[in-house]
Structures are given as structure tokens and as C-alpha cells.
Design a protein around this ligand. Structure first.
Ligand SMILES: C[S@@+](CC[C@H](N)C(=O)[O-])C[C@H]1O[C@@H](n2cnc3c(N)ncnc32)[C@H](O)[C@@H]1O
Length: 213
């Protein structure tokens, strides 16, 4: 199985490791990454087990970083050819392409999500997962991102987020959303939660909560 390393050998392996890359990019862009380390295996699995794409549709991962959640999604059975990862950081996008050659990696800002997908994926998105630190974005950008994510999905479908925030990473009511924490884990630095959001008033059922701890 591909473990997300792109080089081998004692020094090259550490320098080419996802953890080292994440740490270096965190130093360059602390607000954009918002965490010193990449998502833990535990958090990544908690996210992946909540993903139930509609009609076997495409899974869209925003802010894929060095691919911890990407790897968990693949391990959970999402076919690589049905996974699209959006990542703003050039080095991380290059890393993702090398580590997961069958995953479509889009190096761009997810705030433009409406303009980024290849025509073949339009209307075929079955699940959206957002790992971007949305709580640090201005309200107008949160609004734009939420509108973009909902517009990708079939009407009424929720999107997923993971966060280090103690509470909701989005001001749900102000954004016309209902949100629910599905899982929490201490086994991440810092501890993290998985949230699901849906446009309010649509009567959409949330997926059942996973066994987070
Ligand atoms: C908390 S990290 C996600 C970590 C990822 N799960 C991992 O383990 O590597 C957030 C990621 O979102 C990316 N990001 C932040 N703002 C973004 C944006 N506007 N568009 C796309 N990616 C963005 C960052 O570069 C970073 O890789």
C-alpha cells in the first residue's frame, strides 16, 4: 500500500515524509494550516467512516494537505479515480500527486470551488469533506465556501468538516445551516471533531453519529 512517502533512505525518507512537509508548510503559513502536525490516523478514519457518497458519486476533499484523510478515504473503499483533492499549497499538491497518482489533485484555492472541477465531475459530486480551517476565515469567505460546497452536492445533502475548535467551526445559524458534531477524538494534536452541516429547513436526515472518542 502506498504510505504517502515519495522518497526513500534514512534522511530522504524523513525529509520526504508527510509529517515533515506539513511542519515546514505550517511554519510558512500557520493560519492556513492551523495545526503543527497532519491529521492523525484516528481522526482521518473518523472522517472517512462518515463519508457516504450519493449514488457512488465523486468525493471532493478540500484542503487535503499531505493526504492523511485522503489515505483513509482510499482505505475505506473510495476508489482513487472517484476522489478529487483540492489543495492550495504547491508543495503539498505536488506531494499528493506523487503519493496518490490516481487521485485528481487540483492545486488552487477551494474558495473558488464552483470554477475548479473538471466538466466530467460536474453534477457527479456525492460527498464533500472540508479540512480547511474555516473558523479563521472572514464571514464573507465562509459564506462563499459554504454556498460553493452546497452547490456541488445534490439538493439537501450535507457536507463534512473536521476541526480543532471546541465548538462549531462555522457560525451555523448565521450561515443558514444546521450542524452537528458526529465524532470527537483525543488522538489528534490538538484533539479534533468531525462535524456535519446541512442547509437548514430542508428536512435532510443527518448520517448516524460514528463511534468517536
Ligand atoms: C488542517 S490542514 C489539513 C490537514 C490534512 N488532513 C493532512 O493531514 O495533511 C488544512 C489544509 O488546508 C489547506 N488550505 C487552507 N486554505 C485553503 C484554501 N483556501 N484552498 C485549498 N486548500 C486550503 C492548507 O494548505 C492545509 O493543507
Amino acid at each position: 500500500m502506498n504510505e504517502g512517502r515519495v522518497t526513500v533512505g534514512p534522511i530522504a525518507s524523513r525529509r520526504g515524509s508527510p509529517g515533515w512537509l506539513h511542519f515546514r508548510r505550517f511554519l510558512a503559513h500557520p493560519i492556513r494550516l492551523a495545526a503543527v502536525t497532519s491529521s492523525s490516523g484516528r481522526l482521518s478514519r473518523l472522517v472517512a467512516e462518515q463519508v457516504r457518497p450519493v449514488d457512488d458519486g465523486v468525493v471532493l476533499e478540500l484542503g487535503a494537505g499531505t493526504g492523511a484523510v485522503t489515505r483513509a478515504l482510499l482505505a475505506a473503499g473510495v476508489p482513487a479515480v472517484k476522489l478529487i483533492a483540492v489543495e492550495i499549497d504547491q508543495e503539498m499538491a505536488q506531494f499528493l500527486r506523487a503519493a496518490y497518482p490516481d487521485v485528481a489533485v487540483i492545486e488552487d484555492c477551494a474558495l473558488k470551488i464552483g470554477q475548479l472541477l473538471p466538466p466530467t465531475a460536474m453534477g457527479r459530486v456525492g460527498a464533500v469533506i472540508c479540512g480547511i480551517p474555516v473558523s479563521l476565515l472572514p464571514f464573507e469567505q465562509q459564506q462563499g465556501l459554504v454556498a460553493g460546497m452546497l452547490s456541488m452536492l445534490p439538493p439537501g445533502r450535507p457536507f463534512l468538516m473536521y476541526t480543532h475548535r471546541l465548538g462549531s467551526p462555522l457560525p451555523a445559524r448565521k450561515l443558514g445551516l444546521v450542524g452537528k458534531r458526529l465524532a470527537f477524538t483525543l488522538r489528534n494534536l490538538p484533539p479534533a471533531s468531525v462535524w456535519v452541516y446541512s442547509a437548514d429547513g430542508n428536512g435532510q436526515e443527518f448520517p448516524a453519529a460514528g463511534p468517536g472518542r
